[in-house]
Design a protein. Structure first.
Lengths: 484, 840
C-alpha cells in the first residue's frame, strides 16, 4: 500500500506544482489514488482553488507586470509637459482652481495662498510619436513608441494608503481582495512551481499600507499575493535550520512522509495527502527558490541592460526577477518602488531626491520592456507603470521644491499585450489642474487589465455576506482607445 | 470614462421633454433623480458644493440647499426652470461656468433641466422599511425551546444535543460513530478547551482511570485552567479585530493589551455573556464603572487609526464609527449592517436611515476627529485612554512636565536673544561653509533676502538655531529630562462627549455629504428599544435582551463552529436572508434557550457540548458516511481540524517544555525570519518572553508575524468570525525551518533525554511521540522513528562538530551534544507531522 501510494504521489506531483506555495486544499483522496486522479494530473484538477480556469473570452495578455511608483510621482517632472506652468512660475494660484477643493495638508493653504511651481526639469520630444518626456527618464524616453501613455487618470482619495488600496482593491477601505487575488481567483495558476501572484518591493521609504495591499480580502487565502523578500531567504524559512545539511533535511522530510503516509492509511483524511504533497513541494522549493532569485546566471549584457547587480535588493533586480517569474509561469507580478512623495523636505523633494528615485527606476523600467520584447514575450505580457495619484501644479512652502497630492489628473503608461503602442490619451488644461478630455477612472484601469486577461470585470464575482462582489464594484469601463 | 454613448439618458430626457406636461408618478421621478441626476451632482458638483465646504455659499447636498442657493441666489427655479442659475452655469455662460474641470455633456445638462421641470423631485431619506420585507425570515423569529426528539437508539445519547443529532442521522439511515479512543479524546478536549496538549502523565492516568466521570473531571479541570481564557479569548479577539498597531500607512504601535487581558480574565471568570457584551459595548457608561469595566470598552477602540500626513481626521473617524456598526452587527446580531451604509440594504430589512440611527450610538466618542489638525491631532491620537499609574508616578510626571516647561521657557528666551544675531551669522558664512549646509538652506541663502520666497526664511532660521552650541545643549538637556518621564501603562477606551455629535445620513456613505439628521435607534425588524433618547448603554442592554432572537443564536452557533469546523448555520457571519438556513434549526434554538436559561454561561455551554456523545465521536474515515454525507453535515463523526496559527506554536512550545506559563501582559516579540519586518521595530524577545503563547505575539497590522499569517491568522483589519484552514508548502517550510520551531525541537530533545537518561533509542522515541501526539506509536511508526534517530545519532557521534552546528541553544554541562542533536532532529520530525497540528 505504502509503496503504491508513494508511486502515485510521485506521478501526480506535477499537478501539485500547479498549486505551489498556497492553498492545496480540497483534493479528494479518490483524486489522488484513482485512475481518474492520474488522468486529472494532465488536465485540470477539480476542487483545487488554483486549478487553471478558462477565461471568459480569448485573452490578449497572458501575464501582467505592474510597476507601481509608490508615493505618487509628479506628472510635471515626468510625463506631462506644461510650458505655461513654467511661464507662470511663482505666480499666485488663480482662485477658481482652489475654491472648494480639498487637498491633503490643506491647512497650509489657509496660512498662505499657494503659488504655482514651474516644471523643475526640461522635456524633449521623443520617438516617432514625438511624445514629450522629462530629462529624468532618458531610458524610458527611448521606448516611448512602445508605450501608450495616459495623461488623465483621476482617483478618489488623496492619502497614500487608501489611494493605493483603491488601485489594488477598488475600495479605499480595507477588506476587499486585491486585483492579483481576483485574477488568480478568476484564472487559477499556470505555474508548475511558482505562485500565481507575486509581490516585490524596493526603495528607501516605507511602503504605506504594507502587506494589506496584496491581501485576498474575503477571497480564500490561497489567492493572496506572495511577497518575495529582500533577505537571504526570498520566502520566509526557505533555508534549512543550522546544521541541517541537504542529506539531513532529505532524511527528515522522508521520515515525515513515511509517518504521514501511515496516518493517511489509518484515518483516510485527504488533507493528509495534501500535506504530504506540500512537504514534497516545499522541499523542492528550497532549491528552486534560490535559483530563481540568483541573477548570476543572467548574461552580463542583460544585467547591464537593467542595471542589475546580483545580491542587491534594488528595483532593477526586482524587474529582472519579475521577468524570470513571468517566464516561470507567474501570472501577476506587482512591483512597488517607494520614494516618490516629493513634498519638498530634505528626504523627499524635486531637487536631488527626484533624480535619485528616477535613477532607481528609469533604466530598469525601460529594460524590462526591451527585454520582454527581445524575448518575444511582450506580445502577450502587459506592462503597467504609474503611481497612486499625481501632484499639484502649486508648490509647497518647504525647504526645497516640492508638490502636494493631487487626485484630478496623473499619468500612467501601458505597454505590451493588447495595447496600441506609440500614442497618448487624454488632455489636461494648460496649468495641469484638471482633465479637459477623456478622464479615466481607476476602475477603468482595473476593468481593462481584466479585459486584456480575458475576464469580463462585470462577471468576475464572489459572493460574500450575501452579496456578489466584484473588483470594480458597480463601475468601470474598458479603456477602448488603449487597445490595439 | 464613457466612450460608449449613453443613448438612454438622451432618450429619456428627450422623450420627457416632449411628453405630457404633468409630472410623472413620484416613484418614477425619484428613480429618474437617483439614476440620472444624483450621480452628476455627486461626481461633478458636490466635492465643492456640500454642507461642509459650501463653496460660494452653495450646497447641493439637499433640495433645500439648491432652493436657498448661495451668494449668487437660488440655484434652481422650479417656477421658471429655464432661468435656473445652475443651467446658466452648466452651459458655461460668460459670468459663470461650472464645473471647473470641464463642461458636462449636453445630454446631462438637458437631463438636469428636465429634472427641474419635473419640480426637482428629491427623495426623502428612506423611512423605516415596511416591516413586512424580510421580517418573516427565520432568524428574526422568537427563540423557542424545542423538545429533543425521540430516537430509536436511546443508549447512545449522553445529553439532549445527541438526540437532535441522532434523530437526523436515523432519518438518513446512518449510525453515529463510536467514541474516539481515550488518547484521541483527551488530546482533543485539551486542544479545544485550552489549546495546550495533555502532559503524558495526564494521558496515562486518564487511560487508566476506569471510574465513572473520569472524562468529566478532565473537562472541569480544563475549564478551571487559565489557559481556557487564553484559548477562547483568542477566538473572541478575532471578532474584536484586536491588534497592537494602528494600521494604514504609518501603522504606529498602540497600547491596548489590557483589553486582551480583560477578555481572557472575563472568560476565565465565566462572566455571563450578557455582561460580557454590555461591558465591552458600554462599560464606561455603567453607573460607577470599575476600571476594568472601562478597559472592556477597548473592544470598539480596536478600530484603525490613520495618522498619515495630510489626512482629514474626520474622514477616518467616520470610518471608525462605520466599523463599529459593522462589527456590532456581525459580532452580536449576525447581520451585515454595513451594506446599508450607502443605500438601503438590498436583501435584509435594514434601511440606510436605520444604519445611521445605529451609527448614532457610536458617534459620540471623544476621539480624534475633524476638530483637530495635524500635530495637535496626532498628539492626542489615542485619546481616550485609561492609565494605570501609581500616585507617585503621576506626581513624578507632573514634576517633570513642570521642569520641562520651565526649561522650554528659558530656552525660548535664549532663542529670542540669539535670533538677533542671525543676520550676523548669515553674513559671516563663507562659501565653503554654505556648501556644507543642507541643499535647501544653501539655495535660500544664495538668494538676497528680498528675493527669498515668503515662508522659506524659517528654514534658514532653523539651521541657524541648530548649529548654535547653546541651543544644542538646551535641546539635549530637555530631551534628557523628557526621558525620565515614567512609562505609565495605559489602554484605549471609550468615553462619551459631553455634548453628543449630531448624526446625519451620509449620502453614498461619504462623510462630506450630509443628508437628514437622525437620532439613535435600532432596526424596526427587531424588538423595539423603548427608551427616550437611547444611548450606547441602552443599545448594549437591548442587544442582550432575551427577546432579541439573534444574539444567543449567533453566539451558540459560533461556539459550535469551533468544535465541529462548521456552524449549525454555516454562514456564521450572516443570519440575514442571504445566509444559509440552519442545518438543524431545533438544535440551534434548543442550545440558544439552554444558554439563556443557564445565565448566559459560556462554560456551561462548553461543558454541554464537549460531554455530548456527538462531540466524543471518532473522526476516522467511514466509507458509508463519505458516500451519504460527504461534507459531514449530519455529524455522524467528528471532523479532523488543523489547529489555528497560535496553537501550532503553542503545541510545539508545550512539547518543548519551554512554554512560559504566564497569563497576560504587554505583547512580546518571538523570533521571526529576517526580511519581513521593514521599518518596524521587532526587538526580538529573550528569556521567558521568547517562549510565550502565540496569542501574545505583537501584531503589526501592516506586517504581521509570518508564522501567524502562514497558518491563516486574520489580518485584524476587519472582524473575523471564522478562520480559513489552508494547507500549504509555506506551512511546511515554517515547521521545518523556522528558528522558533528549531529551538522548540531542541527543547523537546532535552526533555526526552532528561526524562529517560538511561533508556534506549526506542523507549525515548516512544516517549517523544507520546509527548507530541498523546498516543503511543504503532510498531511500524516506532521502527521508522528508531531507524531515523539511530542513523542521526551515529552520524553525530562520528562527527561531533556537526552536532554543535545543530544546537543553536548550546548544551549544558553533562549533556552529550551528539545525543541532543540527534533527538533534536527526531523532535522536529514529530513536530512536522500532520497529526501534530491536527485536532483529531
Amino acid at each position: 500500500m505504502t509503496r503504491t501510494q508513494l508511486h502515485l504521489l510521485h506521478a501526480t506531483r506535477r499537478h501539485f506544482f500547479s498549486q505551489c506555495f498556497v492553498g492545496l486544499g480540497g483534493l479528494a483522496l479518490a483524486d489522488l489514488l484513482s485512475p481518474t486522479g492520474l488522468h486529472a494530473a494532465s488536465g485540470s484538477v477539480s476542487g483545487s482553488p488554483l486549478a487553471p480556469k478558462r477565461p471568459h473570452f480569448a485573452p490578449k495578455a497572458k501575464r501582467v507586470v505592474y510597476l507601481f511608483m509608490a508615493g505618487a510621482p509628479s506628472q510635471f517632472e515626468t510625463w506631462l509637459w506644461r510650458p505655461k506652468l513654467r511661464e507662470l512660475d511663482g505666480q499666485a494660484t488663480p482662485d477658481s482652481f482652489l475654491d472648494g477643493k480639498r487637498f491633503a495638508f490643506m491647512e497650509q493653504f489657509t496660512k498662505q495662498r499657494p503659488k504655482l511651481l514651474g516644471p523643475q526639469r526640461n522635456f524633449r520630444r521623443h520617438g516617432q510619436s514625438g511624445t514629450w518626456v522629462s530629462e529624468v527618464f532618458p531610458h524610458m524616453a527611448g521606448i516611448v513608441d512602445d508605450l501608450s501613455l495616459i495623461y488623465t487618470l483621476k482617483t478618489e482619495n488623496f492619502n497614500h494608503a487608501p489611494a493605493k488600496l483603491f488601485f489594488s482593491t477598488g475600495s479605499t477601505r480595507y477588506g476587499r481582495p486585491s486585483m492579483g487575488s481576483w485574477i488568480t481567483y478568476g484564472l487559477g495558476s499556470e505555474s508548475e512551481n511558482l505562485p500565481a501572484f507575486v509581490v516585490l518591493r524596493s526603495g528607501k521609504r516605507n511602503l504605506m499600507g504594507g502587506a494589506n495591499i496584496w491581501g485576498s480580502g474575503f477571497l480564500p487565502t490561497a489567492y493572496q499575493g506572495v511577497e518575495f523578500l529582500r533577505s537571504a531567504d526570498p520566502i520566509p524559512n526557505l533555508s534549512s535550520p543550522p546544521g541541517f545539511s541537504a542529506e539531513r533535511q532529505a532524511a527528515r522530510v522522508s521520515a515525515i512522509r513515511e509517518l504521514n503516509l501511515a496516518r493517511l492509511a489509518e484515518v483516510g483524511d485527504p488533507e493528509i495527502s495534501t500535506r504530504i504533497a506540500a512537504y514534497e513541494l516545499a522541499h523542492r522549493m528550497q532549491t528552486s527558490g534560490p535559483e530563481l532569485m540568483d541573477l548570476s546566471s543572467e548574461s552580463q549584457a542583460t544585467l547591464d541592460l537593467y542595471g542589475a547587480e546580483p545580491g542587491k535588493s534594488t528595483f532593477a533586480n526586482n524587474c529582472l526577477v519579475a521577468r524570470r517569474l513571468l517566464e516561470g509561469g507567474t501570472r501577476f507580478v506587482q512591483l512597488y518602488h517607494t520614494g516618490w512623495d516629493h513634498h519638498g523636505n530634505r528626504v523627499n523633494n524635486l531637487a536631488d531626491k527626484l533624480d535619485e528615485v528616477a535613477l532607481d527606476v528609469d533604466r530598469a523600467s525601460a529594460a524590462l520592456v526591451t527585454d520582454l520584447k527581445q524575448r518575444g514575450l511582450l506580445d502577450d505580457t502587459l506592462v503597467i507603470w504609474g503611481g497612486e495619484f499625481g501632484r499639484t501644479p502649486m508648490g509647497e512652502i518647504k525647504e526645497l521644491p516640492g508638490r502636494n497630492h493631487h487626485i484630478d489628473n496623473f499619468p500612467m503608461w501601458f505597454a505590451g499585450g493588447g495595447i496600441k503602442p506609440g500614442q497618448t490619451i487624454g488632455e489636461v488644461d494648460d496649468l495641469g489642474f484638471f482633465i479637459t478630455k477623456d478622464p479615466i477612472e481607476v476602475y477603468d484601469v482595473q476593468a481593462t487589465i481584466l479585459h486584456l486577461l480575458g475576464l469580463d470585470h462585470t462577471k468576475l464575482t464572489f459572493r460574500h455576506q450575501g452579496r456578489d462582489f466584484r473588483l470594480t464594484d458597480v463601475a468601470g469601463h474598458v479603456i477602448e482607445p488603449l487597445l490595439a | 470614462m464613457r466612450f460608449r454613448s449613453h443613448g438612454l439618458i438622451g432618450a429619456l430626457a428627450a422623450s420627457s421633454l416632449c411628453a405630457a406636461p404633468q409630472a410623472p408618478p413620484a416613484a418614477e421621478a425619484i428613480s429618474f433623480f437617483e439614476s440620472e441626476i444624483r450621480p452628476i451632482l455627486h461626481t461633478r458638483c458636490s466635492q465643492c458644493h456640500n454642507d461642509r465646504l459650501r463653496t460660494s455659499g452653495l450646497s447641493l447636498a439637499s433640495l433645500q440647499g439648491l432652493l436657498e442657493g448661495g451668494k449668487r441666489g437660488p440655484a434652481i427655479s422650479v417656477d421658471r426652470p429655464s432661468e435656473s442659475l445652475v443651467l446658466a452655469a452648466l452651459r458655461q455662460s460668460e459670468t459663470l461656468s461650472m464645473p471647473p474641470d470641464g463642461k458636462l455633456p449636453d445630454a446631462k445638462i438637458a437631463a438636469i433641466e428636465r429634472w427641474i421641470e419635473l419640480g426637482a423631485p428629491w427623495p426623502e431619506p428612506s423611512a423605516k422599511p415596511a416591516p413586512a420585507a424580510g421580517a418573516g425570515h427565520w432568524s428574526f423569529q422568537p427563540i423557542t425551546r424545542p423538545q429533543p426528539p425521540s430516537v430509536s437508539q436511546p443508549a447512545w445519547p449522553r445529553n439532549p444535543i445527541d438526540r437532535f443529532i441522532l434523530a437526523r442521522l436515523e432519518e438518513a439511515g446512518l449510525k453515529p460513530s463510536a467514541e474516539a479512543s481515550a488518547t484521541t479524546l483527551v488530546r482533543r478536549v485539551h486542544l479545544d478547551l485550552t489549546g495546550l496538549p495533555p502532559a503524558p502523565e495526564v494521558v496515562r492516568d486518564f487511560v487508566a482511570d476506569s471510574a465513572p466521570g473520569a472524562y468529566e473531571r478532565i473537562v472541569e479541570r480544563l475549564l478551571d485552567s487559565p489557559a481556557y481564557g487564553e484559548r477562547w479569548g483568542r477566538h473572541w479577539l478575532d471578532i474584536a479585530r484586536y491588534a497592537d498597531s494602528n494600521g494604514y500607512n504609518a501603522d504606529a504601535g498602540r497600547e491596548i493589551w489590557m483589553y486582551r487581558d480583560w477578555v481572557i480574565d472575563a472568560l476565565n471568570h465565566d462572566l455571563p455573556f450578557q455582561q460580557f457584551a454590555i461591558e465591552q459595548l458600554a462599560g464606561d457608561m455603567l453607573p460607577n464603572p470599575s476600571k476594568q469595566q472601562i478597559v472592556a470598552t477597548g473592544f470598539h477602540r480596536n478600530t484603525l487609526l490613520n495618522l498619515e500626513g495630510g489626512v482629514d481626521f474626520e474622514q477616518y473617524r467616520v470610518e471608525s464609527v462605520v466599523d463599529r456598526v459593522d462589527v456590532t452587527g456581525i459580532a452580536f446580531l449576525g447581520l451585515s449592517l454595513g451594506c446599508a451604509r450607502c443605500h438601503d440594504h438590498k436583501y435584509d430589512p435594514i434601511s440606510q436611515r436605520e444604519f445611521y440611527e445605529f451609527f448614532a450610538f457610536f458617534n459620540n466618542i471623544d476621539e480624534l476627529s475633524g476638530a483637530f489638525r495635524n500635530n495637535e491631532g496626532r498628539a492626542r491620537a489615542f485619546e481616550p485612554v485609561l492609565e494605570f499609574g501609581t500616585d507617585e508616578e503621576y506626581l513624578r510626571r507632573d514634576a517633570i512636565k513642570a521642569q520641562i516647561e520651565a526649561m522650554r521657557a528659558e530656552q525660548s528666551a535664549y532663542q529670542k536673544a540669539l535670533l538677533a544675531r542671525q543676520p550676523e551669522w548669515e553674513a559671516s558664512l563663507t562659501e565653503a561653509q554654505i556648501a556644507k549646509l543642507p541643499l535647501g538652506v544653501q539655495r535660500i541663502l544664495r538668494k538676497a533676502p528680498e528675493d527669498r520666497l515668503e515662508g522659506r526664511q524659517v528654514f534658514v532660521r532653523n539651521e541657524f538655531l541648530a548649529q548654535d552650541p547653546g541651543m544644542q545643549e538646551r535641546r539635549k538637556a530637555i530631551a534628557a529630562v523628557g526621558a525620565l518621564l515614567p512609562k505609565i501603562p495605559s489602554t484605549l477606551v471609550m468615553r462619551e462627549l459631553p455634548e453628543p455629535r449630531p448624526t446625519h445620513i451620509l449620502l453614498q456613505g461619504e462623510f462630506l455629504h450630509k443628508g437628514k439628521q437622525v437620532s439613535a435607534g435600532t432596526p424596526a425588524v427587531l424588538p423595539p428599544l423603548e427608551a427616550e433618547n437611547p444611548n450606547r448603554l441602552d443599545l448594549a442592554r437591548w442587544i442582550v435582551r432575551r427577546d432579541n432572537p439573534l444574539m444567543p443564536r449567533v453566539t451558540v452557533n459560533r461556539v459550535w463552529q469551533r468544535y465541529f469546523g462548521r456552524g449549525i448555520v454555516a454562514t456564521e457571519n450572516d443570519f440575514g436572508t442571504q445566509g444559509e438556513p440552519p442545518a438543524q434549526p431545533a438544535l440551534l434554538d434548543w442550545l440558544a434557550s439552554e444558554f439563556m436559561d443557564n445565565d448566559w454561561s459560556l462554560k456551561t455551554l462548553h461543558r454541554l457540548i464537549v460531554t455530548s456523545a456527538t462531540y466524543r465521536q471518532a473522526s476516522g474515515h467511514r466509507s458509508d458516511l463519505a458516500a451519504a454525507d460527504p461534507e459531514n453535515r449530519l455529524l455522524g463523526q467528528q471532523n479532523r481540524l488543523r489547529v489555528e496559527s497560535e496553537i501550532v506554536r503553542d503545541l510545539a512550545l508545550s512539547a518543548s517544555g519551554m512554554l512560559t506559563h504566564e497569563v497576560g501582559g504587554p505583547s512580546v516579540f518571538p523570533a521571526q525570519p529576517p526580511g519581513v519586518m521593514i521599518r518596524k521595530p521587532w526587538p526580538e524577545s529573550e528569556g521567558k518572553d521568547r517562549y510565550r503563547r502565540g496569542l501574545y505575539t505583537h501584531f503589526w497590522r501592516t506586517s504581521p508575524h509570518p508564522g501567524l499569517m502562514v497558518f491563516d491568522s486574520p489580518d485584524a483589519l476587519t472582524t473575523a468570525t471564522k478562520r480559513t484552514r489552508s494547507n500549504t508548502p509555506l506551512q511546511a517550510l515554517t515547521l521545518l525551518n523556522d528558528t522558533g520551531f528549531h529551538e522548540f525541537a531542541q527543547g523537546l530533545a532535552r526533555r526526552v533525554v532528561e526524562d529517560h537518561p538511561e533508556s534506549g533509542v526506542a523507549e525515548r522515541a516512544a516517549h517523544a511521540f507520546r509527548i507530541c501526539l498523546a498516543r503511543s506509536p504503532s510498531a511500524d511508526e516506532l521502527e521508522t522513528l528508531t531507524n531515523f534517530a539511530s542513523a542521526q545519532l551515529d552520524e553525530f557521534q562520528t562527527y561531533p562538530e556537526r552536532a554543535m552546528g545543530i544546537l543553536t541553544l548550546g548544551s549544558r554541562e553533562g549533556e552529550e551534544p551528539a545525543e541532543l542533536a540527534a533527538w533534536t532532529t527526531l523532535a522536529s520530525t514529530l513536530m512536522n507531522l500532520d497529526e501534530f497540528v491536527t485536532r483529531e
